[in-house]
Design a protein around this ligand. Structure first.
Ligand code: UD1
Ligand code: CA
Length: 461
C-alpha cells in the first residue's frame, strides 16, 4: 500500500493578523508546520509528504531545505479543495491513499494517523473524515449525520450553518484519508457562493453520491485536533504541548519547580535528577545531563550541558557546550561556539564568545573572552577583556595552562600567554608572554609629596 501525505499550508491565515505566514509561527521554538511534517514522517507507511504552499507562504521552504518534503504551489489560496487539487496534480507516482492534514494542527500524533489509516483500510473505505466532539465547535465545520444509518452525510462550515446545525458538537478535524477512486471528484467541487472558495469538505457529499464508501473516524482525543487560527489558539496549543512535555520529563525523573513557567522544546532531552527552577526556556537542540541545576530566568538554546552542571540565575547559553561539573552565572552570557569545563567557572557579568575554556579554569567576574583558547587551571581576574576585534578582523587569544591574569587586564589579540605566566593587574598586553614569566604593562605609579596641601585650601579659610 503506497501512501502519500499532503499538508495544506497555502492559506493566508488572516485571523492571526500577522505579516508572517500562520504556519511559521513558533510553538516552543519550533514552527507550527514542522510538527505536521514530523508527524507525517513518523507515520508508518507514509512514503512521502507534499506540502502545498502559495507565494504568500513561500517562507515555509526555508525550514525544510533537507529535501525531506516536496513543495507544490497553489497559485492563489482559493480554498482547501483547490489546495489539494494542486497537490494531486503534481504527484507523479501513483499512490493508493492520500492522507490530508492541515498545516495549522500541530498537536496531532502519528499514532493517531496510523489508527485512522488502519480504520480506512480495514473498513474498505474510499473516504475517511476524522471528526471529534469539540468543546468549542464554533471555528470548525460541523458533521451532519444521516437519519438513516447515522453515517456522515455532509460537512457544513460554521458560516454556512443553520442554528440547528450550529448546535452539533461533532466537527471536522481537517484530516482525511482519501483513496485514489475519490481523487477525480476534486474537479467537481464548486465554488462556495459566499466567499468564492472551493471547500474540500464538499467532497463528502460528492463521494456519497458516487456510492463510494464514505465514513467518519470519530476520535476521542480532542486536544490533538486543535486547529490554530488565532493568537489565542496558538497560546492554547502551546499550553497543551508545554504541559505534555513537562509531564514527560517529570516522569523521567526531572524536577520542575513550576510547570507553568518552564518551556521545554520538543527536541530537548534532560537527564535524571536535574532540577529546573521557574522561568526557564530550554530551546532547540539542547541536551541536558543528569544532576544539573538550572536556576531562574535562564535560556538555553542548542546547547549541551553535561552531568552536574549548574546554570545560575539570569544566564543565557547559546549553541555551546558546558562540560561536567561546571558552573555558569549568575548574569552570564555564553555565546555560540563556546566549550567550557569540565569544572569550569564562569561568574557574574561574564560574556564568552566562540572560545574554549579548559578544565578547572575560571573567569568569575566582569569579563569578556572572545575567539580565545584557554587551557586548564587558569584564573582570569575581574574585568579582563580579550580585545579580539581591530575594527576589521577578529583575532585569537591563546592562554596556556596554569596562567594567572590579574584584574583589569586587556589582552590585545593576536596574543599568546604561555604556561604558568602571570599578568599583573591593569596591564595592556600586546606581546606574547613567555612561560613562567610575570608580565606587567602599565605606567609606573608616581608619588608627589604634599600635592594635596598645595592644591586644596586649608580648612576654615
Ligand atoms: C477547515 C475546514 C473545517 C475544519 C477545519 C479544521 C474547509 C472548508 N474547512 O476550516 O471544516 O473544521 O479546517 O481545522 O476545509 N489552505 C490552503 N489553501 C487555501 C485555503 C487553506 O492551503 O486556499 C490551508 C491553510 O493554510 C490551512 C488549512 O488549509 O493550513 C486549513 O485552512 P483554514 O482556512 O484554517 O480552514 P478552517 O477555516 O480552519
Ligand atoms: Ca484552521
Amino acid at each position: 500500500m503506497k501512501i502519500c501525505g499532503v499538508i495544506l499550508a497555502a492559506g493566508l491565515g488572516k485571523r492571526m493578523n500577522s505579516s508572517q505566514p500562520k504556519v511559521l509561527h513558533r510553538i516552543l521554538g519550533k514552527p507550527m508546520i514542522s510538527y505536521s511534517m514530523d508527524c507525517l514522517s513518523e507515520t508508518s507507511n507514509v512514503e512521502k509528504t507534499v506540502v502545498v504552499i502559495s507565494h504568500h507562504t513561500e517562507g515555509i521552504k526555508d525550514i525544510a531545505k533537507d529535501g525531506s518534503v516536496e513543495f507544490v504551489y497553489q497559485k492563489e489560496p482559493l480554498g482547501t479543495a483547490d489546495a489539494l487539487k494542486a497537490a494531486v496534480n503534481s504527484i507523479n507516482d501513483s499512490y493508493d491513499l492520500i492522507v490530508v492534514v492541515t498545516g495549522d494542527t500541530p498537536l496531532i500524533k502519528s499514532k493517531t494517523l496510523e489508527n485512522v489509516i488502519k480504520f480506512h483500510v480495514n473498513k474498505g473505505n474510499d473516504l475517511t473524515v476524522v471528526t471529534f466532539d469539540a468543546s468549542v465547535p464554533a471555528a470548525y465545520g460541523r458533521i451532519v449525520r444521516s437519519m438513516v444509518d447515522n453515517e456522515i452525510s455532509r460537512i457544513v462550515e460554521h458560516n454556512d450553518a443553520s442554528e440547528e446545525v450550529k448546535s452539533i458538537t461533532e466537527v471536522n478535524s481537517g484530516f482525511y484519508v482519501i483513496s485514489s477512486a475519490v481523487m477525480p471528484l476534486l474537479e467537481k467541487i464548486g465554488k462556495n457562493e459566499k466567499n468564492g472558495e472551493y471547500y474540500l469538505t464538499d467532497i463528502v457529499e460528492l463521494s456519497i453520491k458516487e456510492k463510494l464508501k464514505t465514513a467518519a473516524f470519530k476520535a476521542d482525543n480532542e486536544k490533538e485536533f486543535l486547529g490554530i487560527n488565532s493568537r489565542q489558539e496558538l497560546l492554547t496549543a502551546q499550553r497543551v504541548m508545554q504541559r505534555d512535555i513537562a509531564e514527560l520529563w517529570m516522569g523521567n525523573g526531572v524536577t520542575l519547580m513550576d510547570i507553568d513557567s518552564v518551556f521545554i522544546s520538543p527536541g530537548v532531552t534532560i537527564g535524571k535528577d536535574t532540577v529546573v527552577y521557574p522561568n526557564v526556556v530550554i530551546e532547540g537542540d539542547t541536551h541536558i545531563g543528569s544532576n544539573c541545576t538550572i536556576y531562574p530566568n535562564v535560556r538555553l538554546l542548542d546547547t549541551v550541558l553535561e552531568d552536574g552542571v549548574v546554570i545560575k540565575d539570569s544566564t543565557v547559553v547559546e549553541k555551546s557546550k558546558i562540560l561536567t561539573d561546571s558552573a555558569i552565572g549568575p548574569f552570564a552570557h555564553i555565546r555560540p561556539g563556546s566549550v567550557i569545563g569540565p569544572k569550569g567557572k564562569i561568574g557574574n557579568f561574564v560574556e564568552i564568545k566562540n572560545s574554549q575554556i579548559g578544565y578547572n579554569s575560571k573567569a568569575s567576574h566582569l569579563t569578556y573572552i572572545g575567539d580565545s583558547e584557554l587551557g586548564t587551571d587558569i584564573n582570569i581576574g575581574a574585568g579582563t577583556i580579550t580585545c579580539n576585534y581591530d575594527g576589521k578582523n577578529k583575532h585569537k587569544t591563546v592562554i596556556k595552562d596554569g596562567v594567572f591574569i590579574g584584574s583589569g587586564t586587556q589582552l590585545v589579540a593576536p596574543v599568546t600567554i604561555n604556561k604558568n605566566a602571570t599578568v599583573g593587574a591593569g596591564s595592556t598586553i600586546t606581546k606574547d608572554v613567555p612561560e613562567d614569566t610575570l608580565a606587567v604593562a602599565r605606567s609606573k605609579q608616581q608619588h608627589i609629596a604634599g600635592w594635596t596641601l598645595k592644591k586644596r585650601p586649608a580648612k576654615g579659610e
